[in-house]
Ligand binder design. Sequence first.
Ligand SMILES: *[C@@H]1O[C@H](CO)[C@@H](O)[C@H](O)[C@H]1NC(C)=O
Ligand SMILES: *[C@@H]1O[C@H](CO)[C@@H](O)[C@H](O)[C@H]1NC(C)=O
Ligand SMILES: *[C@@H]1O[C@H](CO)[C@@H](O)[C@H](O)[C@H]1NC(C)=O
Length: 589
Amino acid sequence: MKNKGLLPVSFGLEAFLFVFLMAHTANGDVSYSFPEEMKRGSVIGNIAKDLGLDVNRLSSRKARIDTEGNRKRFCDINLNTGELTVAERIDREGLCGKKSSCVIKQELVLENPLESYQIDINVKDINDNSPLFKRDLIKLEITESAVKGARFVLEEAHDADIGTNSVQNYILARNEYFELTVTAKTTGKFYGELVLQKELDREQQHEVRLIVTAVDGGTPPRSGTVAIHVTVLDANDNAPVFSHAVYKVSVPENSPVDTVVVTVSATDADEGQNGEVTYEFGHVTENEMTIYSLDPNNGKISLLGSLDYEEESSFELPIQATDGLGMVSYATVVIDISDINDNAPIIVIKSLNSPIPENASPGTEVGIINVQDRDSENNGQVRCSIQQNAPFKLVPSIKNYYSLVTTGELDRELVSDYNITITATDEGSPPLSSTKNIHFTVADVNDNPPVFEEQNYRANVQENNKPGSSICSVSATDPDWRQNGTVVYSLLPSDVNGAPVSSFLSINGDTGVLHAVRSFDYEQLRSFKVLVLARDNGSPPLSSNVTVSVFITDENDNSPQILYPSPEGNSFMTEMVPKAAQGALWSPR
Ligand SMILES: *[C@@H]1O[C@H](CO)[C@@H](O)[C@H](O)[C@H]1NC(C)=O
Ligand SMILES: *[C@@H]1O[C@H](CO)[C@@H](O)[C@H](O)[C@H]1NC(C)=O
Ligand SMILES: *[C@@H]1O[C@H](CO)[C@@H](O)[C@H](O)[C@H]1NC(C)=O
């Protein structure tokens, strides 16, 4: 179903000198590399071309970009060209912070047949943030006994960008006393150390002012500066030492506020005020500040806010310990959040074909259901089921999609609508589930002919009846809807004694009441049959017919006649002839 074929790797060199690279990856069906902060409407790539989809059918297949749950939709698809374009501002730092890889997952969904393709957009960093020191001025106290070559760690500058766009170097403005050495840590971060070049003499100069500039590696580079005021002291001093360089802990999401996550500790060999250590965070984001607090005195990191694994599954908090003389050391706290089954599955009806014609064959797809669960692993594994007593089932389709299909014949005349309940349950413990009702109506098809209430009808008419009098009525019913169930009656043409039946009887098409057209004479005609047709107004119409047997009963209307000689004045014969009668039946004797 999915296009797993090899696609050409296409390069487009845009004005910004960014390389737009598209290739299939193991995760997404198609993936693009695209810089952050591009204008809305910028073309990321031609996804129709890259997936081998027919551009002309995108519209009819309801091609659209979907995202799971309440995640943002960053892209649009242009249904005319098949191009994937930017729909929302893509800010790498806002989305992924310091993560080295920032991938936005979007989904292209098409119907008819249902297909879904995962789109991975690898957001490339641009150098849109400058290095920033936590404060403008760093106060440092150094004893005059410090020897040449003594090193003093410089507080790091923070740059929201990553890789070479983050801090790559520190530069110290020329001065008499210090040089700066810059070293790369294994984490890829750079840190600087002030190295004493010339011994300090408090009596000669009690303060030294320095300017340090942090520079990133972007093109063009951006920078940030800090002033360092070094106070020259008399006493000896030692920097604090953390018990670990990295504190690694795991905390379940939804842990209550005030939970202590970890306690950090640094010791300082100095006595008194010089050895008093206080703790604080290094550069943390605003969000991190609303979640964690660090007690400056005892080093306890506790929860201020709630942890949501689905929002952020791990944190890396830089911390620093400062002693009474302002000597600083650094450590990192890594907090992994563990998932709790706190999200019930969500059932989304992606499309619904209601009403369904009642003649839909078993297996007809009537809807597409998507289930989502924001939790991870088993907590996010969802099973979907449907109530048993309706002729529908769920067929797993691609990924988290199900087709709702009919399992049997539908009959609107028996059940004209369905209200079915779909249940989705995840595999967490305890599991969470949710339900959704889907309401369907069944559309009529003209599949029932009218049916007469009687197998056959019988009418007794006394001769000499008045023309136009009703002689009996027939009735047929049709359970179909509206015109498909509207019955119209008519007489089927036939001959009675050589004359068309319409000269004997007529029928009211709406009511089924039969009328005599003429007065009958038992002596001429004792009985006859007609076929009445009941037809519905469907297209094509359905019909059935029934026999109506008409019996004419005798009345004593003939005096005995003397055949010869004939009586005077043959008057009654003329009186008996009704106006409507046709000559064919009544031939004068
Ligand atoms: C379907 O059934 C549910 C629960 O049985 C009910 O709440 C809902 O109103 C019904 N919907 C319709 C359209 O009948
Ligand atoms: C009658 O049946 C036909 C199919 O036989 C269908 O197309 C039409 O919609 C039905 N009419 C109504 C009013 O349901
Ligand atoms: C009358 O009904 C019978 C069976 O019900 C059918 O075979 C016959 O063709 C019908 N006659 C007409 C004229 O429709």
